[in-house]
Ligand binder design. Structure first.
Ligand SMILES: Cc1cc2nc3c(=O)[nH]c(=O)nc-3n(C[C@H](O)[C@H](O)[C@H](O)COP(=O)(O)O)c2cc1C
Length: 311
């Protein structure tokens, strides 16, 4: 028996649950030939802003125990070049994998300009709204201010009929509040989570390792936090959730699925092995086959909680 990985979500069918995470797969083409992209659930592009951005000074990445720190600073080609140079490749080369465009801005107007500027183009399914980047000034402003988040999501809802997924920051006391704000203002789904703010110090130079001083922590070290916050978000609202953080294997991904995620994203693991997302997808399939489970959807939110204990 080959387990069923397909799920209907956001008005389409996802052939599989694994997507490449924003900022770790460029605009897709960078992974061509390294991984069968069109056999994945999909990918999320690097953040796209209205204008091109050159990002932060070096060093921009470094290894940390169990992961990495990055402060790329949302370097990207900007809206126009994305539409003319990057989107055509995605349109021509991906027939089954779905593409989300990760969107950033400094103001509601900037976010809205990216969405309205791209909305008439073909080659992608919807938007992942990044309100959670810890590496630029004001990058988490919309993700940590309830009124600002409500205004942004409501505005973007009025700009497009495509799926709007909001990527939440872990850096709030109760992620459930932000999940519900997204739902109430018309979002179609959530991505949990972006990186955690962190810092490394070179003790010999007595300087921060990262040029931006601080950065975002990702990789296996954040898996338990990602699972927890995904569970909190998924149980706080009825939106579908995409689980992200430290996923390297099918087992890791299944923790997110049991916590309530329908889909997952693989980020940092792709820097260790560019084919990591395919390995995760195969791992999910093998687990289901071994456990005699016919369909992945049977496991979504299937966590069994103890009757006692603080939830
Ligand atoms: C180098 C790098 C660049 C990233 N760029 C973005 C980005 O542009 N937009 C975004 O929403 N998330 C970005 N992220 C966050 C990832 O998409 C993901 O949420 C995070 O790394 C946790 O997943 P992981 O542990 O599997 O890497 C970036 C992460 C890394 C490591």
């Amino acid at each position: 028996m080959v387990p069923e990985l397909r799920q209907s979500l956001f008005g389409v069918e996802f052939q599989a649950p694994v997507l490449l995470a924003s900022g770790t797969c460029g605009y897709g083409r960078e992974y061509a030939g390294l991984i069968p992209l069109d056999e994945l659930g999909g990918l999320v592009t690097k953040a796209v802003s209205v204008e091109p951005r050159s990002g932060n000074p070096p060093h921009r990445v470094a290894e940390t125990p169990g992961g990495m720190i990055n402060a790329i600073g949302l370097e990207n080609v900007g809206l126009d070049a994305f539409a003319s140079e990057k989107l055509p490749w995605l349109r021509e080369n991906l027939a089954r994998a779905h593409v989300f465009v990760n969107v950033v801005g400094r103001t509601v107007e900037e976010y809205a300009a990216v969405v309205s500027g791209l909305d008439g183009e073909e080659g992608f399914l919807g938007y992942e709204i990044n309100v959670s980047c810890p590496n630029v000034k004001g990058g988490t402003m919309f993700g940590t201010d309830e009124a600002a988040l409500a205004e942004l999501v409501g505005r973007l809802r009025s700009e497009t009929e495509r799926p709007v997924i909001v990527k939440l920051t872990p850096n709030v006391p109760d992620i459930g509040i932000y999940a519900r704000i997204c739902e109430e203002n018309g979002a179609d789904g959530l991505s949990t989570i972006n990186t955690f703010p962190g810092m490394l110090i070179d003790i010999h130079l007595r300087k921060p390792v990262i040029g931006n001083v601080s950065g975002g922590i990702s990789g296996p070290a954040i898996l338990p936090m990602g699972v927890y916050l995904t569970w909190r978000a998924a149980t706080a609202c009825s939106l579908p959730v995409i689980g992200i953080g430290g996923i390297r294997s099918g087992e890791d991904a299944l923790q997110y699925i049991l916590a309530g995620a329908h889909l997952v994203q693989v980020g940092t693991a792709s820097f260790v092995d560019p084919a990591a997302a395919a390995t995760v997808q195969e791992g999910i399939s093998s687990y289901l086959a071994g456990a005699g489970i016919g369909s992945l959807s049977e496991l979504v939110g299937g966590l069994r909680l103890p009757e006692h204990g603080q939830h």
